[in-house]
Design a protein around this ligand. Structure first.
Ligand code: AR6
Length: 173
């Protein structure tokens, strides 16, 4: 069991699933969502159209089409509103919902972006500890889970996650 932090492009990662930081329409957007749709091809949008959107904090699974990943788990993170609208609890729910899909589909490897910390404005120093905590909890719960990778786009984002990891040392790392 292994949690790995890397800097790079999530759309290049071969895993059982990559996670999309989507919006509730599930019909694409900018950021990592746009990059995933571009790399997966139009079949991904066609499948997403059948899903009827996704509420904030929940997650839905599709195929990966032209991506190296076999599946995409789309989740909708909270928009940061200053921290007074249960944004931290909602972000934690995104991770739990993603891992519920991982469990339901028997997946062994999953790669995440930093959900909500781009367009949605969630401060990365507050998001990273939540991600680390929820990923560790999933390792403890799911015997099938072998590898979780968090793919950070910038060196600064990578450093924020490394800080969160070293502030809370634990197993499976
Ligand atoms: N690989 C890894 N990380 C990436 C990539 C990539 N190819 N591209 C961007 N990032 P964001 P959000 C990073 O804005 O904050 C979309 O329009 C990025 O640098 O993609 O959850 C959706 O449709 C940042 O650190 O997602 C929604 O409307 C992180 O991914 C909205 O944005 C997340 O940034 C969701 O906003």
């Amino acid at each position: 069991m292994k949690l790995e932090l890397i800097q790079g492009d999530l759309t290049k990662v071969a895993a059982d699933a990559i996670v999309n930081a989507a919006n509730s329409s599930l019909l694409g957007g900018g950021g990592v969502d746009g990059a995933i749709h571009r790399a997966a091809g139009p079949e991904l949008l066609a499948e997403c159209r059948l899903l009827g959107g996704c509420p904030t904090g929940q997650a839905k699974l599709t195929k990966g089409y032209r991506l190296p990943a076999r599946h995409v788990i789309h989740t909708v993170g909270p928009v940061w509103q200053g921290g007074t609208h249960s944004e931290e609890a909602t972000l934690a729910r995104c991770y739990k919902s993603v891992f519920a899909q991982v469990q339901a589909h028997g997946l062994r490897s999953v790669a995440f972006p930093s959900i909500s910390t781009g367009r949605f404005g969630f401060p990365i120093d507050r998001a990273a500890p939540i991600a680390v905590r929820e990923i560790r909890a999933a390792f403890a719960r799911l015997p099938q889970l072998e590898k979780v990778t968090v793919v950070l786009f910038s060196p600064w984002d990578l450093e924020a996650y490394q800080r969160a990891l070293s502030a809370a040392p634990g197993e499976n790392v």
